[in-house]
Write a protein that binds this ligand. Structure first.
Ligand SMILES: [Zn+2]
Length: 315
C-alpha cells in the first residue's frame, strides 16, 4: 500500500475511508512529517502542536494563538500536558492573554485551560460546559467534566482584541456544544473538530448528532471564509469545496446504509464490516458510532425503524 501525502484529503470525495484504510501508512507518514511544534501561519495566527498523536487526533491537538504583541487569545488550549502548556507559555511570552477559548470540551481540547488560567489569570471564554448523564460508549476522546467557563458565547458572540476580533459560529454535531471561531482580519475560521484537515469527524451519539452536523456543514458552506484552521491536520484552503465534499461523503454513507437495509442487513457491526472494507479493525467502533448516528437521523426522518439492535427500512 502506498503512503500518500495528506493533502489529498483536500480533494478526495471519501476522506475518512482513505484515512481509516491506511492507518499504518499514516502513522509512518505522521512520524516522518510531524510539523514543528510552534509555527506561524499568519501575522495574527500561530499554532502550537501538542504531543498527543493518535488515530483520532492525527499529529496531536493544535492550539492556536491569535493576536499580536498587544494581546492574544488561545484557542483550544489542548490536553493538560506540561510540555504543551510550557510551549504555549513560551510562545505567549509577556503578551497579555485576553481569553482562553474552547471549541468544545473533549479531553484533547479543554483541560489545559486550567493550568493556563492559573499561570496567566486569563478568563475562559467560549463553548458551554457539557454534563451528560450517560456519555454512551466512547468512540474518541472522553468529555472534560471539569471545564468551567467564565463566559459562554452564543452564536455571533465576540472576543475583541486590538485590531482583531473572534466571532463564535455555533456548529453542533461533533458535540452539542461545538463552536467554530471566525477571525475576519485573516479570512480564517478556526473549525475545532467540526471540519478537520486530515479526516472526517466522528459523530458519536448520544451527544453527537448527524442532523445537527449536516446543518452545521450547510452553515459553513454559506460563509465566505478563505481558510480553515482545524484542531487536527493542516489548514484547509478552498474550504467551501472541501465542506461540500464532506457533506457528499455523508450522503454516500447514508445511501450505503439504506442499500444494506434493503438487503436485510440490520445490525451495525455487520454494516461496518461491509461499509469499511480494508479498514483497520481498531477503528471499527468509531465507524459503528457514525453508522448509529446516521440511523438515528434516518429514524427521526421516518425512513427506518428499530427493534433492539436490529434496524429496518420503514414500511
Ligand atoms: Zn472532539
Amino acid at each position: 500500500m502506498v503512503c500518500r501525502p495528506l493533502r489529498i484529503f483536500g480533494t478526495v470525495k471519501r476522506p475518512d475511508s482513505l484515512h481509516m484504510g491506511h492507518l499504518e501508512c499514516h502513522i509512518k507518514y505522521m512520524s516522518e512529517n510531524r510539523p514543528d511544534r510552534i509555527q506561524s501561519l499568519h501575522p495574527l495566527v500561530r499554532r502550537v502542536l501538542a504531543d498527543n498523536p493518535s488515530p483520532f487526533t492525527y499529529w496531536g491537538t493544535q492550539t492556536y494563538i491569535v493576536g499580536d504583541a498587544r494581546g492574544v487569545a488561545v484557542i483550544d488550549p489542548g490536553p493538560d500536558l506540561e510540555p504543551h502548556v510550557d510551549a504555549i507559555i513560551e510562545a505567549i511570552g509577556d503578551t497579555p492573554v485576553l481569553a482562553l477559548v474552547c471549541t468544545h470540551t473533549h479531553r484533547d481540547h479543554s483541560p489545559a485551560t486550567r493550568p493556563l488560567q492559573a499561570r496567566t489569570g486569563a478568563p475562559i471564554i467560549g463553548c458551554a460546559a457539557l454534563a451528560l448523564a450517560d456519555n454512551g460508549p466512547r468512540a474518541d476522546a472522553a468529555f472534560d467534566s471539569d471545564y468551567i467557563p467564565d463566559r459562554v458565547l452564543a452564536d455571533g458572540g465576540r472576543i475583541d482584541g486590538e485590531g482583531w476580533a473572534l466571532e463564535a459560529v455555533s456548529t453542533p454535531g461533533h458535540t452539542s456544544n461545538h463552536l467554530c471561531f471566525a477571525l475576519p482580519q485573516a479570512g480564517a475560521l478556526f473549525t475545532g473538530d467540526h471540519v478537520m484537515g486530515w479526516s472526517t469527524t466522528v459523530i458519536a451519539p448520544p451527544d453527537g448528532d448527524m442532523a445537527d452536523y449536516m446543518a452545521s456543514l450547510d452553515k459553513l458552506m454559506a460563509r465566505t471564509d478563505a481558510v480553515y484552521y482545524p484542531a487536527h491536520g493542516e489548514p484547509v484552503e478552498q474550504p467551501q469545496r472541501f465542506v461540500r465534499g464532506l457533506a457528499g461523503h455523508r450522503k454516500q454513507r447514508e445511501g450505503q446504509i439504506l442499500r444494506l437495509l434493503d438487503q436485510g442487513e440490520g445490525l451495525i457491526a455487520r454494516m461496518v464490516e461491509k461499509m469499511y472494507v480494508g479498514v483497520d479493525p481498531r477503528l471499527h467502533p468509531a465507524a459503528g458510532r457514525s453508522v448509529l448516528a446516521h440511523l438515528i437521523d434516518l429514524e427521526s426522518r421516518g425512513l427506518v425503524t428499530r427493534s433492539g439492535d436490529d434496524w429496518r427500512k420503514a414500511a
